[in-house]
Write a protein that binds this ligand. Structure first.
Ligand code: IPE
Ligand code: IPE
Ligand code: MG
Length: 245
């Protein structure tokens, strides 16, 4: 099965995943190694995000989900959270317009409510202005937590049961999937975590049931298109069985 787009810039001699998830981790350690403030690590990480997103779009990845800010990241010191919010704002104002040239569809997954009004407006504007494009779907997970996502799905389904819109017996795995932020999208085939941590940190818990994981030791700001190729190659050698033989 070929998953390449017509305008692909590179040929691979193996099949690419359709949906890639990336836990963009290691910005703080990258900065610490250089005796810089953590905010400098986040700025460097944002540049990597820009580069890797374009690269994924160029090589024909159909869905890319990047973990930018978790529901637990609000626990960080106020100045770090403030610097991240400023960075998100400048990105939504400037860099995301880059994605226009690549026909990237931008979507935010997570609860927008706690963000400032101007940030929320920018998120909605980016979603609205990109929704009719035909390129890669980029899900940016911001204030995203998969447990929170699942609780919302449960509440939404229970509400419909209470109103008599759906019957308990008709609830299926598809019912749950359709109430998640990723509704209508395939589950991630590959989840990459740079920075060497072997954990999922509340990312796509339902959706990752059969994802392949690739943990890499590079810190996110140092992650390059070559590292992406390497992760894709590792993925291509995995034997996915989905419980079969
Ligand atoms: C990921 O890098 C960025 C966010 C969570 C916002 P970290 O800030 O977690 O970097 P480390 O893990 O401390 O190195
Ligand atoms: C996960 O990284 C969240 C993002 C990359 C946005 P964390 O750095 O928050 O995860 P833990 O705390 O190491 O599990
Ligand atoms: Mg981290």
């Amino acid at each position: 099965m070929s998953l390449f787009k017509k305008n692909k810039t590179k040929e691979f001699d193996f099949v690419l995943p359709q949906h890639v998830g990336i836990i963009m981790d290691g910005n703080g350690r990258w900065a610490k190694k250089r005796h810089l403030p953590r905010s400098a690590g986040h700025r460097a990480g944002a540049q990597t995000f820009r580069k890797i997103t374009r690269y994924c779009s160029d090589i024909g990845i159909k869905y890319l989900t990047v973990y930018a800010f978790s529901t637990e990241n609000w626990r960080r010191p106020g100045d770090e959270v403030d610097s991240l919010m400023k960075l998100f704002k400048s990105y939504l104002e400037e860099a995301l317009s880059d994605f226009k040239d690549d026909s990237i569809v931008v979507r935010f997954i997570g609860d927008k409510a706690p963000f400032s009004e101007d940030l929320r407006a920018l998120m909605i504007e980016n979603e609205e202005s990109s929704k009719d494009r035909d390129g890669m779907v980029l899900n940016i997970a911001m204030n995203y937590g998969s447990r929170d996502e699942i609780v919302r799905a449960v509440k939404s389904i229970s509400g419909d049961v209470q109103k008599g819109i759906i019957n308990i017996d008709s609830i299926s795995e598809d019912t749950v999937s359709s109430r998640l932020y990723t509704c209508g999208q395939p589950d991630p085939d590959l989840i990459i975590r740079p920075s060497g941590e072997y954990r999922i940190s509340n990312f796509l818990l339902w959706q990752c049931a059969y994802s392949e994981f690739v943990i890499m030791n590079k810190l996110w700001p140092d992650f390059t298109p070559n590292d992406m190729d390497h992760a894709l190659e590792i993925y291509s050698k995995r034997n996915r069985r989905f419980g079969g033989v």
